[in-house]
Design a protein around this ligand. Structure first.
Ligand code: GKR
Ligand code: MG
Length: 424
C-alpha cells in the first residue's frame, strides 16, 4: 500500500468567550483536517492544530509522504524530524495555552497529526478499529468529564449571535452550566477551568459545585496562574473537596513544593509535556497525575508509552484537551481505550462546539453517560462530510485569525491586559 495523496485543510469554527489564565478565547478556534489516500482505495483521517506555525510544518511534510507505505511510521517520524530541522523555529508569543504553536513541540505535533491519519488508513485497510493496532480495547466506553469555564455572555463586538450557554461568572451560573452539561452528556466528573477570576471566588464555585453534585469528583485548573502561597492558601480552603489539583502553580519546582506542603494529588498538562520533563518531575515528585494529549505527546503510540511510564513510576493518567472536533475526539477515545491504567475521566472541550460545525458525517458525536463509545467500525469509525469541511474552510479563510492568542483577545476588553505569571 502506498500513499498517493495527502490533504491538509485548515478550518475554523465558533468558539465561546471562555476565560482562562491567559485571557479569553477568540471568536473562532482553528484546526487542521488531515486526509491521506492510498493506491488501493483506502483513506485515513487526522485532526490537529490549525495555527500558522503548525500548518507550515504540515504543509512541508505532506508532499514528502507520497509513495510512503502507511505502515512505515518510523519513516514518517524521520521525514518530520528532518523537515522541522530545516525550518526556522516559530515563536511562542501569545500561545502559552495553545501547544500547537510551541516551537519545541513542532516535531511531536506534526508527527502526531500524520500518525493518526496513517494508523486510521492501516486500520481501514485491515478492516479493524484503530484501537486494535494499539493492542486492543481494554474498555469500549471512554469516560470524559464536564469541562466548565467562566465565560462572558458573548464576544466583544458581537461577531455572531451569542451562544446558548450565557454568562457564567457567579457560583449560581457555574452550577447551572454544570447542570446543563451533565444533563446533556451524563458526565460523572467535573473540571472547572480557573486562573481567570479572584481565586477565593473560584474556590467558592468549587464549594457550590460540591454542594450541588456531592458525588461528582471535582478538579480545578488555574493553569499555573496562582503563586505558591496562593495555591497553598486555596488548598487549605479546598480541604478534601478535590479529586486532583490541576496545575495550580507554575513550574516543576513550584508543584513539588506545593505537594510537599499540602499532600494533595497534583495533575498537570503544563509542567510535564515531554519525556524530559517527565524524568525531572519524577526526580522531585512534582506531580502525581499526568494529563496526556496525543496531539503534542507525539501521537497515539507515544501516548501509550507515556501511560506505561506513568504505570512504572506509580503516577495516574488522564487526558488533556483544547478546542477540537470529532476526529480528535475519536483519536483520543481510541488511545484511551488502549490505556489500561487510565485512572480518571478525560477532559474534552467537545460540548462547547456548535452542533452545526462538525466535519464528520452524521454531525456531532454523542457522549452518553459521560462516555464516548468505541465500536467495531474500521479505523477511527468516522467519515468526512465534505460540505461541512468546505464550510469550515471558508470560515477559516474569512475569520482573519491565523494563530490563537487569548492575550491579544483580552486586550480588546481590557486594553492594559498583560501576561503576568502568576497573576494571583
Ligand atoms: O482552552 O482555555 C482553554 C484551556 O485553558 C486550554 O488552553 C488548556 O490548555 O484545557 C487546557 C488545560 O487543561 O490546561
Ligand atoms: Mg490543564
Amino acid at each position: 500500500m502506498k500513499i498517493t495523496r495527502v490533504t491538509v485543510t485548515p478550518i475554523a469554527f465558533k468558539d465561546a468567550p471562555l476565560l482562562n489564565a491567559s485571557g479569553i478565547h477568540e471568536p473562532y478556534a482553528l484546526r487542521s483536517i488531515i486526509e491521506v489516500e492510498t493506491d488501493n482505495g483506502h483513506f485515513g483521517l487526522g485532526e490537529s492544530y490549525g495555527d500558522a506555525a503548525a500548518l507550515a510544518v504540515l504543509d512541508k511534510v505532506k508532499t514528502q509522504l507520497i509513495g510512503l507505505d502507511p505502515f512505515n511510521l518510523n519513516r514518517l517520524r524521520a521525514i518530520v524530524k528532518s523537515t522541522v530541522a530545516g525550518m526556522a523555529p516559530a515563536g511562542n508569543s501569545g500561545a502559552e495555552l495553545a501547544p500547537g504553536s510551541h516551537a519545541s513541540k513542532a516535531v511531536s505535533n506534526a508527527y502526531s497529526a500524520f500518525e493518526v491519519a496513517l494508523l486510521d488508513a492501516q486500520a481501514r485497510y485491515l478492516n479493524v478499529p484503530l484501537v486494535d493496532l494499539l493492542g486492543g480495547a481494554v474498555r469500549t466506553e471512554i469516560p470524559f468529564s464536564a469541562y466548565l469555564f467562566f465565560k462572558y455572555a458573548e464576544h466583544i463586538d458581537s461577531p455572531y449571535e451569542p451562544d446558548s450557554w450565557g454568562e457564567a461568572l457567579s457560583e449560581e451560573q457555574i452550577v447551572a452550566q454544570a447542570r446543563r452539561m451533565i444533563d446533556e452528556n451524563g458526565f460523572k466528573s467535573i473540571k472547572l477551568k480557573a486562573g481567570a477570576l479572584d481565586p477565593e471566588h473560584e474556590v467558592a464555585c468549587i464549594k457550590a459545585l460540591k454542594k450541588a453534585f456531592p458525588d461528582a469528583p471535582l478538579r480545578i485548573d488555574p493553569n499555573g496562574n496562582w503563586s505558591l502561597e496562593t495555591a497553598v492558601r486555596m488548598a487549605e480552603l479546598l480541604g478534601d473537596d478535590l479529586q486532583y489539583y490541576e496545575d495550580p502553580t507554575p513550574g516543576l519546582e513550584g508543584m513539588a513544593e506545593l505537594h510537599r506542603r499540602t499532600g494533595l494529588p497534583l495533575a498537570t498538562n503544563m509542567v510535564v509535556t515531554d519525556f524530559d520533563e517527565f524524568r525531572r518531575s519524577v526526580a522531585q515528585n512534582s506531580v502525581q497525575i499526568v494529563l496526556a494529549d496525543h496531539h503534542y505527546w507525539g501521537g497515539l503510540r507515544d501516548t501509550q508509552m507515556l501511560a506505561l511510564m506513568c504505570d512504572t513510576f506509580g503516577l495516574g493518567v488522564s487526558m488533556h484537551s483544547n478546542s477540537h472536533l470529532g476526529i480528535s475526539l475519536m483519536a483520543m477515545s481510541h488511545v484511551a481505550a488502549a490505556v489500561p491504567n487510565l485512572s480518571y475521566a478525560c477532559d474534552t472541550h467537545y460540548p462547547w462546539q456548535e452542533a452545526d460545525e462538525e466535519v464528520i458525517k452524521g454531525g456531532k458525536l454523542s457522549i452518553r453517560n459521560g462516555c464516548v463509545g468505541i465500536t467495531r467500525a474500521p479505523g477511527l469509525g468516522v467519515e468526512l462530510d465534505r460540505d461541512q469541511l468546505a464550510k469550515l474552510h471558508d470560515l477559516y479563510l474569512s475569520c482573519g485569525i491565523r494563530s490563537r492568542d487569548d492575550v491579544r483577545q483580552m486586550r480588546k476588553y481590557k486594553p492594559d491586559w498583560k501576561t503576568v505569571k502568576p497573576r494571583f
